[in-house]
Design a protein around this ligand. Structure first.
Ligand SMILES: [Zn+2]
Length: 110
């Protein structure tokens, strides 16, 4: 991913609408590009500030830590989703195999 594409993805990253494929590429780019990391940090801080103003609690925010945690959480969520997709695909293949085998056996008896 290049800087232009990363810039385009920032809003989607922050509102959580970024695709899994883009998310992985985006975080890889952010971690290797100080300029984009800096920009993301600014957008993230602005988002946090808005939430902070809405939030009445006195909890203090460690922005850098929160951003790191946010990136980590989004990656974990994506990997979980991907694993679930693989499990479902595996279950489907087994199911299709069982059905196919059943049809094959039934055809043998007919
Ligand atoms: Zn960049």
């Amino acid at each position: 991913m290049n800087c232009q594409k990363a810039q385009d993805c920032m809003r989607q990253y922050l509102d959580g609408s970024i695709s899994d494929h883009d998310l992985e590429e985006f975080i890889k780019h952010i971690k290797s590009c100080p300029a984009c990391y800096g920009d993301l940090e600014i957008y993230y801080v602005m988002d946090m500030a808005q939430n902070y103003l809405k939030d009445e609690s006195e909890e203090s925010y460690n922005i850098c830590q929160l951003l790191e945690t946010d990136m980590q959480n989004k990656l974990v969520k994506m990997h979980r989703k991907r694993r679930l997709r693989h499990v479902l695909l595996g279950a489907f293949i087994i199911f299709a195999g069982v059905i196919g085998w059943t049809i094959f056996l039934l055809a043998g008896y007919l």
